[in-house]
Design a protein around this ligand. Structure first.
Ligand code: HSE
Length: 444
């Protein structure tokens, strides 16, 4: 059978990896796919750099639309990123009857409903394994391997940049700003790291996992997003003393009222495997009613790890071999006509309805009755305390200090109730600084 012809839009880090891995493993990939997979055309504004990667045998152009217009091209691989031109090109490729493979989580998390509908109407596939957790086949696991399960929750370290920063903060006892600069110097963080450190990249990925775990539309606008920029080294240290690590988790959970979809720093018991995922690595824990808890670990970014996911999608498409794309694995795991109704039945909950436990750090004046007042407010709000830790004032504020940190761990409570209690606590004259609240996930 004729090799499948692939056109790449963008040949940076992931595109080069895709080209190189396809070249290197072409025999095995052909035996797996049942036909060859060939990159025959590449569009990149930097045509010289593109030529230096692919050589003379591949046609290199500057205009992505030339790839889309080429009737020989079966699959367009979009590696440009962002929601701007990438969205237009993906929709044009679909309209031209091309299958699309993309690593673009931002595009799918925000415009997925429109894009998947366009693909279904045209009878083509939009595949996106590389969009979530790079080389880890988590989309495959959720859509296919775990298809028997009613998924209960998914929690993942799905942003390598922030996990690297948190690991360094813990290992070296440094503050966020110092580590961020170091991460940028080492190339672990982008020059503009906003999407990573503010949790947006993780929320894009969590949104996609939420849709395919629960069979609901992609709803990035309903996600709660909180990054790591306000985390203090002190919180990492106190968490450690209480037996926890702080990780930026993407969490989506089925509850009686609807779906939780949230990204924020979380205390995780140090004994959980996921708490020990260090550096730029990613890991996702999935809990299904039949399988129980499963863990997927690996590189969430990088040239060849991400290429591994892109090529897996190309192999899936190559294996169609004339079969009807409409009967392949559904883009969002569930049949598309069921998504809208499920989205109404299982709404994504506002953050005030989320139920979780909390770590609180409260800077107080070290005087009689302060602890009693604070625990009284929590008790009145029906919030049960799990543990309390109070540091020596000298240790916190230096010799002779009259201030100290009060650390409180709570049991599960509604976020809305916690917000009200925290407002009241913050208003006490003995509370001397903005308090810190970090959510806690036992993941058991
Ligand atoms: N910027 C992402 C991360 C990699 O740090 O994990 C691509 O999604």
């Amino acid at each position: 059978m004729k090799p499948i012809q692939v056109g790449l839009l963008g040949i940076g880090t992931v595109g080069s990896g895709t080209f190189n891995v396809l070249e290197r493993n072409q025999d095995e990939i052909r035996r797996r796919a049942g036909r060859g997979i060939e990159i025959t055309m590449v569009a990149d504004l930097d045509t010289e750099r593109a030529k230096s990667v692919v050589g003379d045998k591949v046609k290199v152009v500057a205009d992505a639309r030339e790839v889309i217009a080429n009737p020989e091209i079966d699959v367009v691989v979009e590696l440009i990123g962002g929601y701007g031109i990438a969205k237009a090109l993906v929709l044009e490729a679909i309209a031209a009857g091309k299958h699309v493979v993309t690593a673009n989580k931002a595009l799918l998390a925000v415009h997925g409903t429109e894009i998947f509908k366009a693909a279904a109407d045209k009878g083509v596939i939009v595949a996106y394994e590389a969009a979530v957790a790079g080389g880890i086949p988590i989309i495959k696991a959720l859509r296919e391997g775990l298809t028997a399960n009613s998924i209960q929750w998914v929690a993942g370290i799905i942003n390598g940049t922030t996990n690297f920063i948190l690991s360094e903060m813990r290992d070296k006892g440094l503050d966020f700003d110092v580590v961020l600069k170091e991460a940028q110097r080492l190339g672990y963080a982008e020059a503009d790291p906003t999407f990573d450190i503010e949790g947006v990249d993780a929320a894009h990925k969590a949104t996609l996992m939420s849709a395919i775990a629960f069979g609901i539309p992609v709803q990035f606008d309903k996600a709660y997003v909180e990054g790591i920029t306000k985390l203090a080294g002190a919180d990492i240290k106190y968490a450690e003393q209480l037996g926890y690590r702080i990780k930026l988790l993407g969490i989506t959970k089925r509850t009686d009222k609807g779906i939780e979809l949230r990204v924020h720093p979380s205390l995780v018991p140090a004994k959980r495997l996921i708490a020990n995922v260090e550096g730029a690595m990613n890991a996702v824990v999935v809990n299904g009613d039949a399988v129980g808890t499963t863990l997927y670990y690996g590189k969430g970014a990088g040239s060849e790890p991400t290429a591994s996911a892109v090529i897996a999608d190309l192999v899936d498409i190559a294996r169609l071999q004339g079969a009807d794309a409409a009967h392949s694995v559904p883009a969002l795991a569930f049949q598309s006509h069921t998504l809208a109704a499920a989205g109404k039945e299982l709404p994504v909950l506002p953050m005030s309805e989320v139920v979780t436990s909390y770590y609180l750090r409260i800077r107080v004046s070290d005087e009689a009755g302060v602890l009693a007042k604070i625990t009284g407010i929590l008790a009145n709000a029906g919030i049960s305390i799990d543990a309390v830790l109070q540091r020596e004032a000298d240790e916190v504020g230096g010799e002779g200090s009259t201030q100290t940190d009060l650390i409180i761990l709570t049991h599960d409570t509604r976020e809305g109730d916690m917000n009200k209690a925290l407002d009241e606590i913050q208003g006490l004259h003995t509370v001397l600084a903005p308090l810190t609240r970090i959510r806690k996930e036992e993941l058991n």
